[in-house]
Design a protein around this ligand. Sequence first.
Ligand code: AGP
Length: 632
Amino acid sequence: MCGIVAYTGPQDCAPILVEGLRRLEYRGYDSAGLAVHTGRGVEIVRAVGKLTNLDQALRKTPLAGTTGIGHTRWATHGRPSEANAHPHVAGAVAVVHNGIIENHVDLRRELQGKGVRFSSDTDTEIFAHLIHAEMQSGIKELDVAVRRALARVRGAYAIAVVHGEQPGTVVVAKQDSPLVLGLGEGEMFAASDIPALLAHTRDVILLADGDMAKITTAGAAITRIADGAPVSRDKKRIDWSPTQAEKGGYKHFMLKEIHEQPRAIEDTLRGRIDLDKADVVGAEIGLTEEIAKATGRVYFVACGTSAHAAMAGRYWVEQLARLPSTVEIGSEVRYRDPVFLPTDLVVAVSQSGETADTLAAVKAAKAQGARVLAVANVLDSAIPRAVDGALYTHAGPEIGVASTKCFTTQLAALLLLAVYLGRRRGTLNEAEARRILDAAWQAPAKMRDVLARADDIRTIARRHMRAKDMLFLGRGTGFPIALEGALKLKEISYIHAEGYAAGEMKHGPIALIDEEMPVVVICPKDAHYEKTFSNMQEAKAREGQIIAVATEGDDEVRRLCADRVDRGSIPPPSGRGSMLVAADVIEIPPVENEVVPLLSVIPLQLLSYHMADLKGTDVDQPRNLAKTVTVE
Ligand code: AGP
């Protein structure tokens, strides 16, 4: 996730672009840069680190001109460095890009074969060379060259392009990454998100996937990328305050990030699944065939939410790759005398890539000769730097302290890891792999269905917001989801909550259940349905207030949960929503077992969020917590 801005008009553009980038810094901040048409052609200034560094660089090398593009980067391909910072240049062409190009390896190889020399490790630079090659072949119009170049590219992008011989013109295009046009008086803007535009205009056009636009001071000519046909898009007036705009209109970053999960999963899977071969692309996940075959045990280390993702990963590795697997908490590993083997694949899961306890465990594993793979969200952070390979999640920066989109992208990444290991080791046949990968690829659409029920979940939250304690129960991969649901609730609402394996309830926690105790049961129609259903009946028999996460149309669960709501003081909601929640049942669509956790955690995130919000706690920055824990 990166931020792009573009401007053309009568004003000096560098300050406008930098200010726009400042509003997009939440999208990434490891490097930044501008390309401005200065009259001497397009000139660029780039700097590693936060925007203040770009400010300083611009003070040394000012860029004067009225047309330009800018970028703030969250690295995905190529470490954060000045060479990898955008804009990328080829001849007179300069490009900024947000997204991921899936066929970048093939295109780079092809261009190198034609003598092109790359000056960065990014996938973005490919755009610059492809567009430059089109212009060199005699194409005169920048938008035509961009359209022809885009026909070669597969993946997600929002791009802005300028050309040294075409002053006053910016060409933008989008597919699966956001891009908004800002309409001024005799000036035009484009940006990844609305906050970058609000200081200048409240009239915007949200481009659709497959749109491109040639913007000049006269306005925007919007066409389809595929065939150049003109399209018309409605203008929208934005009434949000700048703070609301930064959160995409949501009340909190956490809620925004919960809603970003489908996009984050798509970005994490993109380019890594080969559905034709029913396989995972090893080079994209930091593993090789040799390592997969030589692995005798998978040893996960992680903390907090990341440890819950690792627990789901263990189930998948055991089931799909038939490898012994264990999950250890970073802070425990470092103070034990752990035994690592040279045939261990240690998988360190950490969204920040900086957690001190996980890093210490990684060092202990390395010291004993184990091979270590990092699953991290922050490129080139301490843990990926310390290990042998990295599998990056592409969630983009997560601002809310309570992790949501980083968790689900970790799940997606670990499912890919398990499929890759299973395929290499011959324990997962092609048909099964295809079934799972196909289900993973379809999951974001189903996640959107669950998110569409967010308002109904607030009604359930209101009924239970005064609870002092809550239990979360689940079986199989539902167990780590129960742990994660309890952790989310504790973190942001300060309500005491415990997650348990549903089968463990009878060994103690059942003593806690009475009519005061809300019990959240993750009971989808998966391999463990009947057993989990009986656990729910047991909780119900002790008068527990059941909140069930169940598969659509499961009338048995609904009947079991129904009578409590009838007795409740707050009437069930009306309309379509009442069908879904009248019995404190939150439904998820039917999906293959392996992707259930991606869906079943969303109601728990939303339940915690709404309970916390109704109580009025500081959702994004809960007391006593830090986003990155670099101390013991
Ligand atoms: C998640 O909501 C928490 N803030 C916390 O448990 C977190 O997952 C843990 O500190 C590990 O962080 P990491 O993923 O950055 O290593």
